[in-house]
Design a protein around this ligand. Structure first.
Ligand code: C2O
Length: 583
């Protein structure tokens, strides 16, 4: 795959293939964006693809057929690549943990005396478990969740239903403990790819059934932390009570209630830069952009395809990056090197708030599909790729039986016998307005020669649109996507830059304004050789344009102006181009 030059914006000589280095480098770390991970990104309102083998990045000079390139195995012709990713208990071994990790240092589940059984759906006559928002469910109900956690914590560590083992499940699936069955050199990793929503749904399903069983209440449902609606934008008070089993001392003390959450929070974020009202408004805008503007296709929402034989972390979906990762970081303890517990994969499940947090993530998957169906967004549908559907994970159920569950098994929550009690989607109305007169200097732009380094000054370039005024039908089928190629940094410092579209005078755009299409954040990554230098990072990023260009009244223009505004660190940009994506 070769990145081609465009009229006024050239892709760098580093094609997408160099990104693989980043993916591989990342595989050995287990962190959320705050920690020392080379390829973790915080992208408010942005789409990011971190794919060395990206089937979607097609040349801007390519012919029509290339625009409709189907999902493939990533363009890799290796016959051993492709097929579902399958977990096998026998491949579970030592996790790769960040420096200064907190014990335990091993997270594989107990061995099972028998082979895993295949998942079967619960009986349709079972009571429907209705998941409700923690902020509204009432103290009595929250006390049940508290009791369930206490009961799990009271089980011996060797019991696969104990809280200890519950937390370990997450650790095992994200630290390289499991290896791919037919490719032992490769990790199984359920973040930064199309498994993000599906894996966590299955995880929560078993967690909830175990809780219900221990409580002796078959209808018990885990409450969700609805940080996407104003009433839920604080940590539910029960979790902050130091004498409760829901309390975790390894959290950010500054973020206890009544602190309003910051859905874009990264390690370097400044608390209190907004009033509560402004922060809530900003959060709603983040939700709108991540759920609607930037999540127009399954790969943009769920994450990039990841098949047997491929390296992990091909690229996360919108919600995984923001607000999922950011809420992990917001909750964890910034005084810890890896922001334990919530702020890093290996320890996140040790905080009882992890499960209500992921419950909300799971609900957003439902919301994304429902909004799509209601509004006729054709891209708001799940993958139909058998490699996705047939991939499977292992869990112990409420009877302590080892069960193999596939992605296909978790697509219909009705069949799983649970539902969500709605909290509304106020962020659907939070689309920010366009800012008038911020692109009038477009005509004065000088052409930019890529690669360009983005140190102190913003860079604005004009990017040609291969097609203008596409029909409604064409837009429904294909998303116009801005690809920022050849992003390179030495990893010595954290890098953040913002991407504005059609706003040469970007300073005039208010925070979260419409023209601010996305941000790139790559955290500091010191190399492990003791030299104090950073580890080189190469990656790319994407921003969805269909809706944005309509909102900016720019759909008839034959080019867009893209302004890259450096916010932190040194980075070089290989080039900009526009492509059309189908899935
Ligand atoms: Cu598996 Cu919220 O991470």
């Amino acid at each position: 795959m070769k990145a081609e030059a465009m009229a006024s914006s050239r892709c760098g000589p580093l094609g997408a293939c160099v990104l693989l280095i980043c993916a591989v480098a990342t595989a050995v770390y287990t962190a959320f964006p705050v920690s020392v991970n080379p390829c973790t990104y915080s992208l408010p309102r942005a789409l990011l693809a971190v794919s060395g083998l990206d089937p979607y990045i097609v040349s801007c000079a390519a012919d029509e057929d290339a625009f409709t390139a189907p999902l493939s195995n990533g363009g890799n012709d290796d016959k051993n690549i492709g097929g579902p990713i399958v977990t096998n208990l026998l491949t579970c071994g030592k996790p790769k943990l960040p420096p200064h990790a907190l014990p335990p240092f091993y997270c594989c589940p107990p061995m099972s005396a028998s082979e895993p059984i295949d998942f079967t759906f619960p009986d349709p006559s079972e009571p429907l478990r209705v998941r409700r928002p923690a902020h509204a469910v009432g103290a009595e109900y929250m006390a049940k969740y508290e009791r369930a956690i206490a009961l799990m914590k009271a089980l011996p560590d060797s019991d696969p239903r104990s809280f200890y083992q519950m937390a370990n499940i997450h650790c095992a699936y994200c630290t390289g403990s499991y290896r791919q069955t037919a490719h032992r050199e490769l990790n199984v990793q359920i973040h930064f790819s199309w498994f993000f929503f599906a894996f966590h749904r299955a995880y929560l399903y078993f967690f909830e059934r175990i809780a219900a069983k221990l409580l002796g209440e078959p209808g018990f449902a885990v409450p969700f932390w609805s940080w996407d609606v104003p009433e839920g934008m604080r940590m539910p008070v029960e979790f902050a009570n130091a004498s409760s089993p829901l309390y975790d001392p390894v959290r950010n003390p500054r973020h206890a209630p009544p602190k309003v959450v910051d859905l874009e929070f990264v390690r370097s974020s400044v608390d209190d830069k907004f009033t509560d009202e402004q922060q809530i408004q900003q959060n709603l805008r983040v939700m709108y952009k991540q759920m609607i503007s930037n999540a127009a296709l399954p790969s943009l929402f769920h994450g990039q395809p990841y098949r047997a034989g491929e390296s992990d972390r091909p690229g996360a979906g919108t919600v995984e990056l923001f607000p999922h990762n950011t809420m992990h970081t917001w909750t964890g303890d910034l005084a810890r090197p890896s922001v334990e517990n919530m702020g890093v994969y290996y320890s996140a499940g040790r905080d009882p708030i992890f499960y209500p947090h992921h419950n909300n993530i799971d609900r957003l998957w439902e919301v994304w599909r429902d909004v799509g169906a209601a509004r006729g967004y054709r891209g708001h549908v799940d993958f139909t790729d058998p490699d996705w559907l047939d991939s499977s994970f292992l869990f112990y159920d409420e009877e302590a039986r080892l069960v193999r569950i596939t992605v296909r098994d978790v697509l219909d929550i009705d069949k799983l016998r649970y539902a969500y009690d709605g909290v509304g989607t106020p962020w659907l109305d939070a689309k920010p307005p366009a800012t008038p007169n911020v692109n009038t200097k477009k005509g004065l732009l000088k052409s930019v020669r890529f690669p360009v380094s983005l140190d102190d000054v913003a860079v604005t370039a004009e990017v040609r649109r291969p097609r203008v005024l596409r029909s409604r039908r064409e837009k429904e089928v294909q998303e116009e996507v801005l690809v920022i190629d050849g992003i390179e940094t030495d990893g010595a410092d954290m890098v953040k830059f913002d991407v504005y579209v059609n706003a040469v005078e970007y300073e005039k755009v208010e925070p979260g304004g419409r023209e601010m299409a996305g941000s790139f954040v790559c955290l500091m990554h010191p190399s492990m050789d003791g030299t104090g230098k950073g580890m080189g990072i190469q990656t790319s990023m994407r921003v969805a344009l269909n809706e944005l260009l309509e909102d900016l009244g720019a759909d008839g223009d034959d080019s867009v102006t893209v302004t890259l505004v450096p916010r932190n660190g040194k980075v070089s940009i290989g080039g900009l181009r526009i492509v059309y994506m189908m899935e």
